[in-house]
Ligand binder design. Structure first.
Ligand SMILES: *Cc1c(COP(=O)(O)O)cnc(C)c1O
Length: 429
């Protein structure tokens, strides 16, 4: 149990995500988790609306994931992957091969989403190097998010990720405006024009296009028309440029398809996955490539792909991820996500006309209420905790992405809380 002295220690000495050590926002001590509940150390139980940032898709402490972890922990928690292989990694990759787009043939295991993105960028660079072409640029859209390491950050939205802070160190890539056509709206044919122009202008410099398919997550929770992706795929083929899809947030059912690229019926040349890969139990990510990309990379000067994380293929994480794949293969997630989406349509769509609300966006088990004014983080967070829910807004976004196992009355508590919060002017800046 954390004392108030411990919490003072936390305030003084421990950085939380995107926070100040001078004036940190309050943090809520959590004692345990179970299913869709987060229990604070004062005993209050909150319904989880965040899945710990896209991860805990089947809820916390899932018995099958716990069992896989316990079993692996007693046998072999970790072993180096250089010159060694093991059942958890092989079983996981066998499962992934049946679940990923079928053209993706070679899998690189890494330890976080950002690293998976770095790996994808390095694969694209090595691919062109091996082909004797000096291509060093990536083409992407504004409002994207791909992680916080330098390579990943260089393809994040330049404003949101404050590229000016790292100028002269950060590589400069090519950005076009984010897609405007809405997911369920009408496709506006000129939406692709800027992308096509940039691709044709820089065709000999661009190593790859990198995008989050259909849902732009941390860069603004935007949901765009799958036709954009279809045309991106066609243009990449036409101009001979690789396509990297970052499915780290969207992967494993969150948008109603196992992978969001299925909304557009396309396949990337390289795909990044992470977040829900272990069902939220621990960190693990992967980058999958076509055999053509993989063999070209390895046929180049280095003769290998130049990356090898210390904890690559960590058996504990792989065993849990494989147990998670077994849960996903039972396909219960599909009906669960459909039910969550239907509830969001009923409960959140009407908020769109409220004076404090700018927009409501829903796809699969993701519900987003964009407000007109930025939220007062500390005040709104406290309000949600008082309502018995865990919802973490940011900027002008109040959004829900609950564990798929959430039941109707729990979901109702989340949407009731969002409904109540947007009415309260004092919760906004
Ligand atoms: C979260 C996220 C990442 C980064 O993953 P980390 O595990 O936080 O490094 C990359 N891309 C997308 C789309 C993400 O949502």
């Amino acid at each position: 149990m954390l004392s108030s002295a411990d919490l003072d220690f936390d305030r003084r000495h421990i950085w939380h995500p995107y926070t100040s050590v001078i004036d940190p926002l309050p943090v809520y001590p959590v004692a345990r988790t179970e299913g869709v509940y987060i229990e604070l150390s004062d005993g209050r139980k909150l319904v989880d609306g965040m899945s710990s940032w896209w991860c805990a898709q089947h809820g916390y402490n899932h018995p099958e994931l716990l069992a896989a972890a316990h079993k692996q922990l007693d046998t072999m928690p970790h072993i180096m992957f250089g010159g060694i292989t093991h059942e958890p990694a092989v079983r996981l990759c066998q499962s992934l091969k049946t679940m990923l787009p079928e053209n993706l043939d070679c899998i690189f295991l890494a330890d976080s989403g950002s690293v998976a993105v770095e790996v994808s960028l390095k694969m694209a660079l090595q691919y062109w190097h091996a082909r004797g072409e000096a291509r060093s640029k990536f083409l992407t859209v504004e409002r994207g998010y791909h992680g916080d390491t330098f390579g990943a950050m260089s393809v994040c939205d330049p404003v949101n990720s404050m590229h000016n802070l790292y100028r002269r160190f950060l590589p400069e890539h090519i950005f076009v405006p984010a897609p405007q056509s809405r997911f369920n709206g009408e496709w506006q044919p000129n939406d692709i024009t800027a992308f096509q122009t940039a691709l044709s202008q820089h065709r000999n410099d661009i190593a790859a296009v990198i995008l989050e398919p259909v849902v732009q997550g941390a860069g603004g929770m935007r949901v765009y028309h799958p036709e954009y992706l279809r045309q991106v795929r066609a243009l990449c083929d036409e101009y001979g440029v690789l396509l990297i899809l970052d499915e780290i947030a969207t992967g494993f059912g969150r948008t109603g398809k196992l992978f969001a690229c299925e909304h557009a019926a396309i396949q990337p040349d390289i795909m990044c996955i992470g977040k829900a890969l272990t069902g939220g139990m621990m960190t693990l990510s992967a980058t999958a490539a076509t055999r053509h990309v993989a063999e070209t990379v390895c046929g180049g000067e280095a003769g290998v792909f130049m990356h090898g994380p210390t904890f690559m293929g960590n058996p504990l994480a792989c065993a849990v991820a494989e147990a998670n794949m077994q849960i996903l293969k039972r396909n219960e997630w599909q009906a669960q996500v459909v039910a969550i989406e239907a509830h969001f349509q009923t409960a959140l769509t009407p908020l769109a006309v409220h004076e404090n609300v700018a927009d409501v966006r829903i796809i699969g088990a993701v519900g987003v209420v964009e407000t007109r004014r930025p939220v007062n983080m500390a005040a709104m967070q406290q309000f949600f905790v008082q309502q018995g829910v865990w919802i973490r807004p940011f900027g002008r976004l109040v959004y829900l992405m609950p564990p798929y196992i959430i039941r109707p009355h729990e979901l109702q508590r989340l949407t009731d809380a969002v409904n109540a919060a947007v009415q309260k002017t004092e919760l906004f800046q």
